[in-house]
Design a binder for this molecule. Structure first.
Ligand SMILES: Nc1ncnc2c1ncn2[C@@H]1O[C@H](COP(=O)(O)OP(=O)(O)OP(=O)(O)O)[C@@H](O)[C@H]1O
Length: 248
């Protein structure tokens, strides 16, 4: 049986009197690409930060790689890599130097070989000796993802990895995610580009009104949409808009 890498159960989180997550439940299986979608402010980053031990939920439980995010936070941190919208790279160092620094910090065995391996994986070998400040947005994002891949982590969180990138750069990052997916990496992805979720994700979830209101693979979402709205072969954008409108 495939292992559950993530198990979220009845997670509730408020900021002051603003209730953002109102009982979130979901599971992600090993090797699955799980896309968490939602409008701006729906709570996607909040949920990911709870899973990444950067925030604590008010109640409910969340497990990553079999570890409780509160009681076994260090084990969870050792199990995950998180890449956000904002680059954590040193602009004055080269891509290779950034990766090597990270590999040494994490005491990765055979650091140099590992750096070459991840550079190759994200297609950045030929530009590896140029300073990060000369990179395009897509190149920076690819090295960011490579930073996450430096140590063998069980789950990769990609929080809006393509936001703010032009279409060409987005495509480059998209190709990297596809490659990781083919290798069987468990990925939780948030994205504003529904086409990406449609093509990359094994499972799509829509977070709305503080809960997961729809979940399934794309064809299941299409079938549900067909049943409710009589529209066949809808794209994810149509489905998303109907779900979000209905929930209002
Ligand atoms: N530290 C905080 N203090 C107060 N409010 C916060 C905090 N972090 C998030 N929020 C609020 O919680 C809500 C959810 O934010 P979150 O960033 O999780 O949403 P999101 O779905 O990731 O949105 P986006 O797509 O815009 O990134 C927003 O209304 C936000 O303003």
């Amino acid at each position: 049986m495939t292992k559950n890498m993530i198990r979220v159960s009845n997670v509730i989180k408020s900021f002051g009197d603003k209730e953002v997550l109102k009982g979130v439940d979901f599971e992600v299986k090993e090797g699955e690409v799980y896309a968490l979608l939602g409008s701006n402010g729906a709570g996607k980053t909040t949920m990911i930060n709870i899973l990444a031990t950067l925030l604590t939920a008010d109640s409910g439980t969340a497990m990553v790689n079999g570890y409780d995010v509160v009681k076994e936070a260090q084990n969870v941190r050792d199990s995950i890599a998180l890449t956000g919208q904002f680059s954590a790279l040193d602009e004055f160092m080269t891509g290779r130097e950034n990766l090597l620094l990270m590999a040494n910090l994490w005491k990765v065995p055979n650091a140099r070989e590992k750096v070459e391996e991840v550079l190759d994986k994200v297609g950045m070998t030929s530009a590896a000796d140029k300073r990060v400040k000369s990179y395009s947005g897509g190149m920076k994002r690819r090295v960011d993802i490579a930073m996450g891949l430096i140590s063998a982590r069980s789950v990769l969180f990609l929080d809006e990895p393509t936001t703010g990138l032009d279409p060409e750069a987005r495509y480059e990052v998209y190709e990297v995610i596809k490659e990781l997916k083919n290798e069987g990496t468990t990925i939780v992805l948030t994205t504003q580009y529904l086409k990406e979720a449609e093509e990359l994700a094994d499972k799509i979830a829509i977070l709305h009104g503080g809960q997961i209101v729809v979940e399934g693979d794309f064809s299941e979402l299409q079938a549900q949409h067909h049943k409710e709205h009589g529209e066949k072969n809808a794209n994810l954008e149509d489905i998303f808009i109907k779900v979000v409108k209905k929930g209002k």
